[in-house]
Design a protein around this ligand. Structure first.
Ligand code: KG4
Ligand code: ZN
Length: 478
């Protein structure tokens, strides 16, 4: 986390200062920076108690001076310098500075590349500025000028879709390519993780190339590379992460690690702007969550499943009925022709949490009972019975939650959002609210959703370093 320098980090900062500069600042210099936050600010990036980088700004009327950025020696070339620079630029802009100025040794190629890449321009050369006779460039960045449209290239590979999309910050889709492995996994009745990673490896470079070709842009025009950092299957996540990091290193772009479910939520912006506070009902193969979203950076899980996710329950129930994987679309279709006939128990869980395994077991017992009695199961009616109970529990909890957490809008997100009956029930029950139902093409996994979410990370300067680990069970609150 990036924060202002405190006494407890001083020793580490002095250590980095010594290994970074020929004429390091003294402890006294740093102490005066801590004491004087009006005129200057020294920020440190601290990870697990370790200072990885720091950067210092001096404010002078409407301008500011970037006096230094340093990165701990063993953490260099991992994106921390860029991360700190982005933070300082955003901070200065927020404070209303018009220009940021810095001096840099003309021979310091890494630093020049970093500053030029962030829009700094050389305005003059200071001859023999340094003691060893080296020249310095004066560089300036205009902070208040209208920024050009940003472009993000995003990769999604958390489960069984390999996808790449290119999107600009006005939400113009430059390209969006998705390949699904569903046909292969269908043969096994579910996603086989090892098979999924192998297929991602085979597809990923083809998909990325296709997305870039279709967008008709060069990689120079891309401002950031985004990818799904979690949650998902670890092997599958790794493939996307490696591809994204390779692109970020090769083309020298900042890297954004997007939470998969935030992708499912923010893709709804393709329809209309989101209004906060907002309640998201996130329903997918791996998650069932009620998320209270106060603003685009604040996510709070107020309800979650205690056992199976709702999509998982659809898949398992379809399997019990000898239907194909993925079971969600099959049950959706069958239920349309079903009528009220079988009785299944409504899950009883306190608060806003969900449970679907009891319901799934009840289906299993019913199938067994009927088979033992020699009765033919009416699969339409069984699909209907399961779906009505499962979906009404989603609706009931969402309604309850909205009483305690009043919201201006409700948004449905995730693979199960494709369900026709759920969409109908949402429309009936939340007619008086600003309700957003994602179009079907955005319900299943794709990379556009990762790009949509990435802009919220970009605006908040939330980047990840090149050694960021994938997080298979990451929470949306992280
Ligand atoms: O979001 P998603 O594509 O992948 C995950 O992140 O999990 O969601 C996949 C899940 C599967 O369980 C699938 O059966 C379910 O979404 N699903 C549906 C429908 N279409 C997909 N469930 C119910 N009705 C549907 N029409
Ligand atoms: Zn998903």
């Amino acid at each position: 986390m990036i924060e202002l320098l405190k006494d407890e980090y001083l020793d580490q900062v002095i250590e980095i200062e010594k290994e970074s500069f020929e004429k390091p600042w003294s402890r006294k210099n740093f102490l005066s920076e801590i004491a004087n936050h009006e005129l200057s600010e020294l920020y440190v990036d601290v990870i697990d108690g370790k200072v990885v980088s720091y950067g210092d700004l001096w404010y002078m009327f409407e301008n500011c001076d970037l006096t230094k950025i340093a990165v701990r020696r063993d953490m260099r070339h991992k994106g921390y310098g860029r991360k700190m620079l982005s933070h300082l630029i955003a901070t200065a802009a927020r404070k209303g500075c018009e220009f940021m100025h810095l001096e840099v040794n003309v021979n310091n190629e890494d630093a020049l590349k970093l500053y030029e890449g962030n829009g700094f321009e050389t305005v003059r050369t200071r001859k023999r500025y340094y003691e060893n006779g080296d020249d310095a460039y004066d560089m300036i960045l205009a902070l208040l000028v209208e920024q050009e449209h940003k472009i993000v290239l995003a990769i999604e590979s958390s489960c069984d879709e390999t996808a790449c999309a290119i999107l600009d910050d006005q939400l113009n889709v430059l390209s969006s390519v998705v390949t699904s492995q569903i046909d292969v996994h269908a043969r096994f009745g579910g996603v086989i993780p090892e098979v999924a990673s192998r297929m991602h490896v085979e597809q990923i470079s083809v998909i990325v190339k296709q997305a870039v070709d279709e967008a008709g842009i060069s990689m120079d025009e891309v401002d950031a590379i985004a990818y799904t950092i979690g949650p998902g299957l670890i092997g599958s996540l790794h493939v996307g992460a490696t591809a994204a990091k390779s692109l970020a290193i090769f083309y020298d772009k900042p890297l954004i690690g997007v939470h998969h479910l935030k992708g499912h939520i923010f893709v709804n912006e393709m329809i209309k702007p989101l209004i906060y506070p907002m309640m998201a009902l996130v329903v997918s193969g791996g998650h069932t969550e009620l998320v209270y979203i106060e603003n685009d950076q604040s996510f709070r899980i107020i309800g979650t499943t205690l056992d199976d996710a709702v999509g998982e329950a659809y898949d398992k129930v379809a399997r019990l009925m000898n239907e194909a994987y993925p079971g969600g679309p099959v049950i959706d279709r069958l239920a349309k022709q079903g009528v009220e006939h079988y009785q299944l128990p409504t899950p009883k869980v306190d608060g806003y949490d969900f449970s679907f395994s009891g319901l799934k077991n009840a289906v299993a017992q019913l199938v067994k009972r009927e088979e033992e009695a020699g009765n033919q199961i009416n699969k339409y009616d069984l699909a209907y019975a399961f779906q009505e109970v499962a979906l009404h529990s989603l609706i009931a909890k969402t309604k309850e939650a909205l009483k305690e957490y009043p919201c201006r809008s409700v948004v449905l997100a995730g693979g199960v959002a494709a369900n026709s009956r759920l969409r109908e029930l949402m429309s009936q029950n939340f007619a008086d609210m600003d309700l957003i139902l994602p179009p079907l093409k955005y319900c299943t996994d794709n990379a556009l959703m990762i790009a949509c979410a990435a802009f919220h990370y970009l605006r908040a300067n939330k980047f990840v370093s090149m050694d960021a680990p994938s997080k298979p069970s990451m929470s949306i609150e992280d």
